[in-house]
Design a binder for this molecule. Structure first.
Ligand SMILES: [Zn+2]
Length: 329
């Protein structure tokens, strides 16, 4: 079993207060809110979790909550919440004992058990992945890659390569621009944009792309961040000197969004159905706080504007959005 320090308890408490709906403190170490079980459509804040004892209960129908069950329901892990590694209970033990953890109707129980077991298996799988060492020299830009980047509005591809974790890779027969997500010198995930006329647009690593964020390490201050769908748009803003990250699509997860909770979020997604859906997910996650929606004209994304040579327009629109400046054009 694990025990959290006072400081870790506080982080956990704040996380629950930010994450559970209709949440409040019921005691100094216990948070109350709507039940986080996705199979329970809760409408009363009858769920309690004690961050000191690391147990909880849903008084409406789900019964007791172990820490593992809570984390599985919230689709996160303790590490993400606390911000550093922590020795966690052995999941295989939990697997054998989870029959007695809760007392609810058999159907729900079965469903929950399956959900939990698949999450646990995924966790164990993730743990077993051997990440390869990242060596920037393996991803040097070729003439073709530089030409491609140039055509996408980046006039100094070598500078991009030096500054950011991007590169070139011949992958499954295709010429690709790579966007690497790293942890230290380990390569966790790579998104590859196919530059050829044929084949799929993206050739990504296996694994859930929504577990990763591209661009995190380039945030030069933590006051604000521009959230984008794809790395070319994030790269565009970084190229222009602003903080930006790519969430790899329009289905952002808590795991991704949690990192930006204390920053001003400038949401620069496409003005289409998925973009709009995504904006709502983000808005709900942060309870509509510290968020600005930032849509670009002509239904074009940031990179398309850059390709058209409109970097000045991009900067003007962004600054006006950020600081509420009156436009001069
Ligand atoms: Zn419940």
């Amino acid at each position: 079993m694990i025990k959290l320090t006072k400081e870790e308890q506080k982080l956990f408490k704040n996380y629950l207060l930010n994450t559970l709906e209709e949440s409040s403190l019921s005691t100094n170490v216990e948070v109350r809110g709507l039940c986080p079980n996705p199979l329970h459509n809760s409408s009363h804040p009858n769920f309690f979790f004690n961050v000191e004892k690391l147990v909880g209960i849903c008084h409406t129908k789900c019964g007791g909550f172990s820490l593992e069950r809570l984390l599985a329901c919230l689709n996160t892990d303790l590490e993400t919440i606390i911000g550093h590694k922590i020795d966690i209970v052995d999941f295989s033990q939990f697997k054998e004992s989870n029959n007695v953890v809760y007392q609810i109707e058999d159907n729900t129980k079965l469903l929950l058990k399956e959900t939990l077991l698949s999450k646990i298996n995924q966790k164990n799988k993730d743990k077993n992945i051997k990440y390869e060492k990242y060596d920037k020299n393996n991803y040097k830009l070729t003439f073709f890659a530089k030409n491609y980047l140039f055509k996408r509005g980046f006039f100094n591809p070598d500078l991009l390569y030096d500054k950011f974790d991007i590169g070139y890779e011949k992958y499954k027969g295709y010429d690709t621009i790579t966007f690497h997500c790293l942890s230290g010198d380990k390569r966790l995930y790579t998104q590859r944009r196919n530059m050829n006329e044929t084949g799929p647009r993206y050739l990504n690593d296996k694994g859930k792309k929504e577990n990763f964020v591209w661009g995190l390490k380039y945030l030069d201050n933590k006051n604000y961040v521009i959230l984008t769908e794809g790395p070319f748009n994030a790269l565009t803003w970084l190229y222009l000197g602003y903080n930006a990250v790519a969430l790899f699509g329009t289905n952002p997860t808590d795991k991704q969004l949690y990192r930006f909770k204390n920053m001003l979020k400038i949401v620069n997604f496409d003005l289409d159905k998925p973009g709009n859906k995504c904006y709502n997910i983000i808005r709900n996650y942060y309870n509509n706080r510290n968020i600005i929606e930032f849509l670009l004209p002509s239904r074009k994304d940031a990179n398309q504007h850059l390709i058209e040579g409109k970097e000045e327009l991009l900067v003007k629109l962004l600054e006006r959005k950020m600081y509420g400046k009156i436009s001069l054009f």
